[in-house]
Design a protein around this ligand. Structure first.
Ligand code: PGA
Ligand code: ZN
Length: 434
């Protein structure tokens, strides 16, 4: 009775007003569930392919009617009658049906929509919340969030080259208190910006996106906001960065085109981060500080800073188990960013998380800059038990949907709920030094 009976897809809009897919699966017993697919802007080159129609007369070519057609046609025919509880088998079938290494034929958006909707339907069918259904062991660890309170790079029309400046409330006693501290700090940051006459409009991920004097100024402003909100920087709240350096890497140099127009070599970038760490010990995590094509730079930064801070690979690993395995062998980074739509199936995503755990790497479950109200990643983060999530600022409905879902999970787990917070943070710090 848990067999898949029907698939339906709908072309909906994401948080940037671009088309994306909502996929609904109905099982033979009438149980139905829907998943909505996110979309990135600063994408890694080796991400699975997001299938767009290319028909310039609709949404500037960004329509997803072809992907919708595949879901309701070829994919539906291939998986009708399949047991929804056998996620691994289903995802393998989807990959084989596509037949390309990067899901370029049917589209990772079509495939992920189906894979994730089936995961939801199977959980519902078993009477379990998604976070409990995705894994065999009981999941009770609420992740520490990284909230992107200041947006730059490709996510904002500002003069800041670095993409993300995040606050992470490691010192809070529970997830709900962590979220409160974060929202209070976000509001304090608004006051700090106002006072200086800076704009407080927000970027794609709900962080402020003001015109500033340098890529470094956001760190100063955030430290001031943390204090203003009544918290201790470096103790209650730490800072995480995602420069998304692939976006400003040009012919072997890092070019700060949005701010001071300077060009930096790979070694100079490592030097820059090192100097920041000296000045701002509150920074504990650096994602994509080096570009995906700068392999030597990645090795150098891992050697130089890998025992001091979390170095997160996003554009270079693209949540791909094969690529990630190679990266581990090459001694690159000490953590991975996990995005379902970079790889396109639930199973391969879980495989990456397992690989991180087995190799002592951190894993951060992540949203995309283009999102919907789908909150699956909140459940995924609890299921993964890796203690970290990044899903935007304390602002914008599509970001808040994930945080609110985590609040629900925390309530549902009751006395069993644990917040990753300080213990997970200190354990990771110790592991990096070892
Ligand atoms: P994206 O950005 O969703 O636009 O790729 C997120 C990130 O770089 O982490
Ligand atoms: Zn990133």
């Amino acid at each position: 009775m848990s067999e898949i009976a029907a698939l339906q897809a709908l072309e909906i809009l994401d948080s940037r007003g671009n088309p994306t897919l909502a996929v609904t699966v109905t099982l033979a017993n009438g149980v139905a569930a829907t998943a909505k697919v996110p979309s990135g802007a600063s994408t890694g080159k080796r991400e699975a392919v997001e299938l767009r129609d290319g028909d310039k007369s609709r949404y500037g070519g960004k329509g997803v009617l072809k992907a919708k057609g595949y879901v309701e046609g070829e994919i539906q025919r291939a998986i009708r009658g399949f047991d929804a509880n056998y996620q691994k088998g289903l995802d393998k079938r989807l990959c084989e049906l596509d037949g390309t290494p990067n899901k370029g034929r049917l589209g990772a958006n079509a495939i992920l929509g189906v894979s994730l909707a089936v995961a939801h339907a199977a959980a519902k069918d078993r009477g379990l919340p998604l976070y409990a259904a995705l894994v065999d062991e009981p999941a009770n660890l609420l992740p520490t969030p990284g909230l992107n309170v200041l947006n730059g790079g490709k996510h904002a029309d500002s003069n800041v080259d670095f993409q993300e400046f995040m606050i992470s409330p490691v010192g809070a006693p529970s997830f709900s208190e962590a979220l409160r501290a974060s929202a209070e700090t976000f509001h304090a940051l608004q006051t700090v910006l106002h006072k200086r006459g800076y704009g407080t409009g927000v970027g794609d991920e709900g962080g402020f996106a003001p015109q500033l004097k340098s890529n470094e100024e956001p760190v100063e402003l955030i430290l001031e906001a943390i204090q203003k909100a009544g918290y201790k920087p470096g103790k209650d709240i730490v800072i995480m960065l995602d420069p998304a350096a692939s976006e400003f890497f040009d012919e072997g140099a890092y070019v700060f085109a949005k701010s001071d127009k300077s060009r930096k070599s790979s070694a100079e970038m490592v030097g820059l981060y090192k100097s920041w760490l000296g000045k701002y010990p509150e920074i504990w995590s650096l994602e994509d500080g080096i570009a995906e094509d700068d392999h030597e730079g990645w090795q150098a930064i891992t050697k130089e800073l890998g025992d001091q801070i979390q170095l997160v690979g996003d554009d270079n690993f693209v949540t791909n188990p094969d690529i990630f395995r190679q990266g581990i062998e090459d001694g690159i980074a000490n953590a991975i960013l996990i995005k379902l739509n970079q790889i396109g199936t639930v199973t391969e995503t879980l495989d990456c998380i397992e690989m991180a755990r087995a190799n002592g790497y951190g894993a951060i479950i992540s949203h995309r800059s283009g999102e919907t109200d789908d909150a699956s990643i909140a459940d995924l983060a609890v299921a993964a038990g890796m203690g970290q999530i990044k899903t935007g600022s304390a602002c914008r409905g599509e970001r808040i949907a994930k945080y609110n879902r985590l609040l629900e999970i925390e309530r549902e787990l009751g006395s069993k709920a644990r917040y990753a917070g300080i213990s997970a943070y200190e354990r990771r710090k110790k592991a990096m030094k070892a």
